[in-house]
Write a protein that binds this ligand. Sequence first.
Ligand code: AMP
Length: 502
Amino acid sequence: MGNTLYDALFAPLSGASRGLIRLADGRNITAGAFHDMLARAANALLSLGVGPGDRVAVQIAKTPEALAVYAGAVAAGAVFLPLNTAYAPEEIGYFLGDARPAVFLCDPADEAALAPLAEAAGARILTLDASGGGSFAALMAEASVDLAPVPRRTGDLAAILYTSGTTGRSKGAMLSHGNLLSNAEVLTELWRFTPQDVLLHALPVFHTHGLFVATNVVLAAGAQMIFLPGFDPEAMLRLMPQATTLMGVPTFYTRLLGDPRFTRDLVAHMRLFISGSAPLLEETHRDFETRTGQRILERYGMTETNMSTSNPYKGERRAGTVGLPLPGVELRIMAEGAEVAPGAVGVIEVRGPNVFKGYWQMPEKTREELREDGWFITGDLATRDAGGYVRIVGRAKDLVITGGFNVYPKELELLLDEAPGVLESAVIGLPHPDFGEAVFAVLARRPGAQPDTATVLAGLAGRVARFKQPKAAVVVDDLPRNTMGKVQKNLLRDRYKDWFRA
Ligand code: AMP
């Protein structure tokens, strides 16, 4: 018996002299050298007593060694569990207590603070720093490059990724070898990745986008990647000429467009720009096309489902939509127990080999969201147009119910974003003594602009029903976003919660 993910993605690297990872400082790591690195990581984990199904948790910087720990954990039959580098010790304590990993790797600078938490959770703590050093690196250096991968089947777990948990506790999504492999294969084909591709990789590797979509597609295609520690506009502009493709969150694209050096000439050789993890504004899509002559390909997914939809490679990339279900993925839009009519709003449900195995040690949550027949209730609200393109209108939990009427924030945000002086907006519901919830708009100004809230709100009169019109608005410099570029509406709801009650 083999090891599903190792056999498909990592074994082909062994002994290969072709390039795989290019670093900003010009270093190149060949496929064969990376295989040695992952073999050492796997053997180091095995020497620590990591057994099949044991969790290997990490809160470490984005380095080739970090990626080797992911691959090594998979090869060792373990379950890789990356944690956001922004999490504070208290949060780490919760994740370690919940996941009970056998091994936990952190940055040496955090070791003293995190050691008691690891100990309480029964985990061995070792370190890996941003230059690839630390106590785990020392163990890797001593370990053999000869590898006997631990057998794992398609249905066995390869990873647990905690959801960002904007409401309630973060949940650990259990992802199998088969989940990850099926998605990597489908996306590689759909987006036409080949060994000639070089992906500019500036996403974090603790999240599904950078870890699985970007990395696994590069591996499945036999392609290469330029591996940057994060989004740095200077490095992006400097290295773009060496790349053929970019995967980004929408903020990558708005920031690139904000730089006059990002020109049509600079990207004329690029084959593909992909966006996901948060909504790409139609305006950004249009501005990008005007500037570069190319259309961004937007896709949609989530931690629990991997990727579920994508705009086509050939064929129309429709702005403001996330495209069509991926081959092999079923998608339906449901309201009150039935599929909605074309154009009507409902909750997206998906089913397929991409859908996760449930939430780690949360059988009830799993039952609430993952139906017995395999349909997963995503919680994303959407419509589908005549061509079948899916248009996301928001999260179900962001729906505002005011005086008994449903208000979809996205409908208003699209209008508010067009108002003079407004760069973008977030519409939320706030507690209100009469209406239960009242519609409230947070407007991010364009640089140097001073939009007047009364004028902006007056501009909605006659365009949307009165009950949808925000009862009040504020102007801010920026909307709060997490590392994946998602607007954190929970923070806004909290910040303004007493607005109508005071
Ligand atoms: P995460 O689990 O952190 O990847 O977050 C998944 C959520 O991000 C989804 O449930 C959507 O709400 C949102 N999302 C991902 N891709 C898109 C997209 N292209 N457009 C709009 N929302 C998206």
